[in-house]
Design a binder for this molecule. Structure first.
Ligand SMILES: NC(=O)c1ccc[n+]([C@@H]2O[C@H](COP(=O)([O-])OP(=O)(O)OC[C@H]3O[C@@H](n4cnc5c(N)ncnc54)[C@H](OP(=O)(O)O)[C@@H]3O)[C@@H](O)[C@H]2O)c1
Length: 266
């Protein structure tokens, strides 16, 4: 198939493996040209050649370390200035699963820099153009660990908790526009992130692990159904409604302006 430009571009961060690589494939199949972002440019190039051959789409590779200021600025520039950008998949992410006090601070900083700072800056870079055109799609890949933490996940969970609250606030901010922001919360998914995290994929209960293809196809199905928050592995969708209603009730209960009676202040 020859490569042609569709005039609409999806930018996928972390497209060199795992979930991002499948997003790239599915978005090319949906007719988007692509800009693929990650550090391993050789892998991106191989994927780009495959996708343009299979789908006939124009695929560009942008080798960038999103924790490096100059590289991040290059991606921001593209998002801010290319009017064909219609979709941003904020997928690049890093997990270092170890007790905080025992891990190097570099590992903590790297997770914050990629999972929080890069995602936030790329979102900030693309929004003015989206708002001007009153269109565009942002998918923020969080994690079920954004609402849950265990000892080895304190920093990772913290970064993904940021993505959850940041995205929900952004959804409120953009509620009166045609810009769509989807919050995606994958559970364990079969990618390289595990072996790189310190917990091998092979050590997980394999029944709890989803394939990348199922994860992305479910996420896109959720998007097509108009979901703002997508939990691909949760069968009973009412669980989220119950959880979120309890959260809203707790928040409302904080608005009293005085200490609760159980604190018995004199
Ligand atoms: N797999 C799971 O169980 C799971 C569960 C919940 C959420 N998630 C989230 O899903 C997203 C995708 O992860 P994945 O599971 O598909 O893992 P993955 O296969 O390890 O993919 C991570 C991607 O991020 C890129 N990346 C890492 N550091 C980067 C940096 N400094 N600059 C630019 N790109 C960088 C990697 O590419 P390079 O190494 O080439 O840069 C790779 O393409 C992440 O946000 C992750 O937190 C995954």
């Amino acid at each position: 198939m020859s490569d042609s430009r569709s005039g609409k571009i999806a930018v996928v961060t972390g497209a060199s493996s795992g979930i991002g690589a499948v997003y790239a494939d599915r978005l090319a199949a949906r007719g988007y040209d692509l800009v693929l972002v990650a550090r391993r440019a050789d892998r991106l190039q191989a994927l780009a050649s495959k996708l343009s051959a299979e789908h006939g789409r124009h695929v560009e590779v942008l080798g960038a370390d999103l924790t490096n200021e100059a590289d991040l600025a290059r991606v921001e520039q593209l998002l801010a200035t290319n009017p064909a950008v219609e979709v941003l998949i904020n997928n690049a992410g890093l997990a270092r699963l170890a007790n905080f006090s025992e891990a190097s601070y570099e590992d903590t900083q790297a997770q914050i820099a990629l999972n929080i700072v890069a995602l936030t800056r790329l979102t900030h870079a693309v929004l003015p153009a989206f708002k001007q055109r009153n269109e565009g799609v942002i998918v923020n890949v969080a994690s079920v660990l954004g609402i849950h933490a265990w000892s080895a996940s304190s920093v990772y969970s913290g970064t993904k908790g940021f993505v959850v609250n940041f995205t929900r606030g952004l959804q409120e901010e953009l509620a009166d526009t045609d810009i769509r922001v989807q919050l995606l919360l994958p559970a364990s998914t079969a990618t390289e992130i595990w072996d790189n995290s310190g917990i091998p994929l092979a050590a997980l209960n394999q029944d709890s692990v989803m394939s990348t293809e199922n994860l992305v196809d479910a996420a896109l199905s959720g998007f097509d159904q108009g979901e703002k928050i997508t939990w691909p592995s949760v069968a009973d969708a009412s669980l989220w409604d119950t959880y979120d209603a309890a959260r809203a009730k707790l928040f409302a209960a904080t608005q009293t302006g005085k200490p609760a009676p159980r604190y018995k202040l004199s």
